[in-house]
Design a protein around this ligand. Structure first.
Ligand SMILES: Cc1cc2nc3c(=O)[nH]c(=O)nc-3n(C[C@H](O)[C@H](O)[C@H](O)COP(=O)(O)OP(=O)(O)OC[C@H]3O[C@@H](n4cnc5c(N)ncnc54)[C@H](O)[C@@H]3O)c2cc1C
Length: 222
């Protein structure tokens, strides 16, 4: 059943990522890593649905979303920029294939980190985050979402890689087989992958070539 929620706040997390907080209906249930189809409750927008992941925890009193804006698409994300507190979103179906199954390596490209933000928040809160790793691929340092928080909770298990900027202390290039191999750890059973299609395809090929079983790979394409 669809729920209409009021926006509490919006603020920029990076140059092109918006953090949106809304009211949370009591009846709304989700698991960390899940998303919902969202519409903007404005004339002309209510029939359009775009999927966004909950980046808050199920038990929080508000909902949070972390949304990359594409002004050039002139679509829903661009429209979100004009919303103010009191405006409304419609939360439609809740779904999503990424759920935590056990300790692993999370591999994210850009906004593909959003399901992992919720899962890692949950693990941190339950004191179970230790050992999990995040490989986070971005073009440049200014694109990294929640860098301070991820550094704080993951420490040296937070591994950044930048494809379009040379930056001291950050790996450079794409998530190649050799790069993954450097971070493989026999204790970590699962590989959680989320990002744009070309990145996902190449990471999955790399994992299979490294002998990782398909059953160990949990993925969601953005
Ligand atoms: C399960 C799931 C969860 C997701 N969660 C998040 C999340 O938490 N945060 C997040 O930032 N993203 C998330 N995404 C991705 C997000 O849904 C899309 O980035 C977003 O819907 C794109 O909106 P838009 O502004 O491009 O508008 P749209 O209304 O989708 O598109 C507007 C116009 O742009 C065109 N267009 C679309 N894509 C392109 C393109 N690549 N190049 C050129 N034109 C294009 C369309 O054809 C359309 O005409 C998720 C995706 C999935 C599948």
């Amino acid at each position: 059943m669809a729920s209409i929620v009021k926006i509490i706040s919006t603020n920029k997390l990076t140059h092109d990522v918006l953090h949106v907080t809304t009211e949370k209906p009591d009846c709304l249930l989700f698991s960390p890593g899940q998303a919902a189809d969202i519409s903007i409750n404005k004339p002309g927008w209510t029939e359009r649905k775009n999927p966004f992941t909950f980046t808050s925890l199920p038990e929080d009193h508000a909902l949070e979303f972390t949304i990359k804006i594409y002004p050039e698409h002139n679509g829903a994300t661009n429209e979100l920029l004009s919303l103010v507190p009191g405006d409304e979103l419609i939360i439609q179906d809740i779904f999503g294939t990424i759920r935590y199954k056990g300790d692993g390596i999370f591999i994210a490209g850009g906004a593909g980190v959003t399901p992992f933000l919720s899962i890692l928040k949950d693990l941190y809160k339950k004191n179970k985050i230790n050992g999990n790793k995040l490989i986070f691929a971005n073009k440049t340092r200014k694109d990294i979402i929640a860098e301070d928080w991820l550094s704080e909770v993951l420490g040296s298990n937070f591994i950044n890689i930048l494809s379009e900027e040379h930056c001291k202390g950050y790996a450079e290039g794409h998530v190649t087989k050799q790069f993954i191999q450097q971070h493989v750890d026999a204790r970590l059973q699962y590989y959680y992958i989320c990002g744009p299609e070309p990145m996902m395809e190449s990471v999955i090929v790399n994992l299979l070539e490294l002998g990782i079983d398909r059953k160990q790979i949990i993925q969601e394409k953005f």
